[in-house]
Design a protein around this ligand. Structure first.
Ligand code: KIV
Ligand code: ZN
Length: 387
């Protein structure tokens, strides 16, 4: 039976940590409403103790959002948990996301502590957060580099203390997909009370593996994916929502599904990009300007014969109005003929060869040949049949 994957969106927390991407509360509320309409299950709205602005954003998003779970981040500290609980008081469904470092490098060099003390503090935090009456998610920071037996012990202990979700972040983007997947599998197989909680995957993109690691974690038993719109986030970013949602939609064989209304993806990608003043790279999967643009002659010819020759996603499924054929010096006659037809000119045979010669001259001068260039070429050839 197909299994539901919860989508935990952290655009407004991990994403907003990016320098220059800071948003005003009103802007965050607009994005939160769009995330709810998109179908995400959890919105991480901020880190309430970090600033009065973040506190206010969590309060306002809690009021604005209807059914989606609203989540606030904390460290494993009493004051953080108290402030997050206060910020979430208007949420219909609230979640406290608390946790602590789990790798030896974090334990020694960040907390200057020991595994035993970290475990004790983590258990305390999960229990204290649970007493506030919200759902509790526990993050084992830098789990991608943590000793696996210790990670299993910590996971079991925080579940026993009340954690509903345990987040296994690859905080530094260190893991390889098959090894990250094995970590998740190990926890599924070795944590005795794993049936009382779900595992969540939260991957960073330092080696460009964030989406691959996330999918590997899901294949191996995680049931929540932590993502951001356009993959924004600390350093090289987080796993992108659109890549995970569309991978699961395209690969039906995985038997995993989300509630994401994929036709809304393109619009929210633009909203986030413009509000955060963070352009999307043109070759970004799913939402980049070139994601559905075909520019070489061979591809254009194949695409025009049958779109599935070169597209595994129908652009309409992600809200992109249509694919595009970009006319450049690498384009062939098939693409030129097609564009001329759209402009009302049916040209073939020798006439097409003639237009193609002129087209190549213009294309070598300009990077891209547009419709006005084409109309100019056609009008300069009096022998052609004009509509
Ligand atoms: O990357 C990370 O470990 C985090 C945690 C705070 C969940 O963002
Ligand atoms: Zn993170």
């Amino acid at each position: 039976m197909s299994k539901k994957i919860q989508i935990f969106d952290t655009t407004l927390r991990d994403g907003e940590q990016v320098p220059g991407c800071q948003l005003k509360t009103e802007e965050k509320v607009i994005i939160a409403r769009e995330l709810e309409a998109l179908g995400v299950d959890v919105i991480e709205a901020g880190f309430p103790i970090s600033s009065p602005g973040d506190f206010l954003s969590v309060v306002e998003i809690s009021k604005a959002v209807k059914e989606t779970i609203v989540c606030g981040l904390t460290r494993a500290k009493k004051e953080d948990i108290d402030v997050a609980a206060e910020a979430l008081r208007h949420a219909r469904n609230g979640r406290i996301h608390t946790g602590i470092g789990s790798s030896d490098v974090h334990i020694k060099h960040k907390f200057r502590s020991t595994r035993e003390q970290v475990l004790e503090q983590g258990v305390w935090a999960a229990k204290y957060a649970k007493e506030k009456g919200y759902e509790v998610e526990f993050y084992a920071e830098d789990a991608g580099r943590a000793d696996l037996e210790f990670l299993a012990k910590l996971t079991e202990a925080v579940i026993a203390a009340g954690a509903d979700v345990v987040n296994i972040p690859d905080t530094t983007g260190y893991c390889l997909p098959h090894l990250y997947g094995k970590r998740i599998q190990y926890l599924v197989e070795n944590v005795r009370n794993i049936d009382k909680a779900i595992l969540s995957v939260h991957c960073h993109n330092d080696l460009g593996m964030a989406t691959a690691n996330t999918i590997s974690g899901l294949i191996n038993g995680a049931r929540q994916a932590e993502v951001t719109i356009n993959g924004i986030g600390e350093r090289a970013g987080n796993t992108s929502l659109e890549e995970v949602a569309m991978t699961l939609k395209v690969h039906k064989d995985l038997d995993l599904y989300t509630n994401i209304k994929s036709e809304r993806i393109f619009e929210i990608s633009h909203l986030v990009s413009s509000m955060m003043r963070m352009p999307v790279q043109p070759n970004k999967a799913i939402v980049g300007k070139n994601a559905f643009a075909h520019s070489s002659g061979i591809h254009q010819d194949g695409f025009l014969k049958h779109a599935e020759n070169y597209e595994i996603i129908n652009p309409a499924d992600v809200g992109v109005p249509s694919s595009s054929i970009v006319l450049t010096a690498r384009s062939g006659r098939a693409a030129l003929k097609h564009r001329l037809e759209l402009l009302g000119h049916t040209i073939s045979g020798e006439d097409l060869n003639m237009v193609y010669e002129s087209f190549l001259v213009v294309a070598d001068e300009k990077k891209e040949v547009n419709d006005s260039d084409l109309l100019l070429i056609v009008s300069s050839m009096p022998v052609l049949d004009k509509p």
